[in-house]
Design a protein around this ligand. Structure first.
Ligand code: FES
Length: 167
């Protein structure tokens, strides 16, 4: 791990007073910076918090919001819950995957700009079909609107930066 990364981790650990019971918050902070939880960082915080690596891994894999794989700058979640599914969310997912050249098995673009995921319900069923980009909700989507949204993100990265900051 590079010195600058170690410094970032030390600051995060410090801000949580090296408290074992804050391990979830610590991991959330790490993921905010790196967009996933690199293995070496989990080992590092385990050591610093005097927890076993197995314990830390257990927490990281238990919560589905944590990722052990690198993700793109923009994380697009397509809701496939019942309300969205009956309103044709599959067509939106297919459009986005086709446009970005990603699949369920390979959800992140080569340039690390986009990760496409499905979720079971985003809790906004009245706005179905819904997708989120870095947790910003986009209601009443259609394949055409989804494609336009991604095109916009590709062309004006600063729009996504704002969305990222809200994370
Ligand atoms: S089913 Fe999509 S938001 Fe609930």
């Amino acid at each position: 791990m590079e010195a600058k990364d170690q410094k970032i981790l030390d600051e995060i650990l410090e801000s949580h007073s090296y408290d074992q019971t804050a391990v979830i918050g610590i991991m959330q902070d790490i993921q905010k910076v790196y967009r996933y939880l690199p293995e070496e960082m989990l080992c590092y915080i385990a050591k610093k918090l005097h927890l076993s690596e197995a314990k830390v891994y257990g927490v990281a894999t238990f919560y589905e919001n944590f990722s052990l794989e690198p993700k793109g700058k923009y994380i697009i979640k397509i809701c496939d819950g019942t309300a969205c599914h009956v309103r044709q969310s599959t067509a939106i997912l297919d459009e986005i995957r086709g446009f970005l050249g990603v699949t369920g098995a390979k959800p992140t673009t080569e340039d690390m700009m986009f990760t496409v995921e499905t979720v079971s319900c985003l809790g906004a069923c009245g706005l179905a079909p819904v997708c989120t980009v870095n947790d910003v909700v986009h209601p009443a989507m259609t394949p055409e609107k989804a494609r336009a949204l991604i095109q916009e993100l590709k062309e004006s990265p600063e729009a996504g930066e704002e969305a990222n900051d809200e994370n």
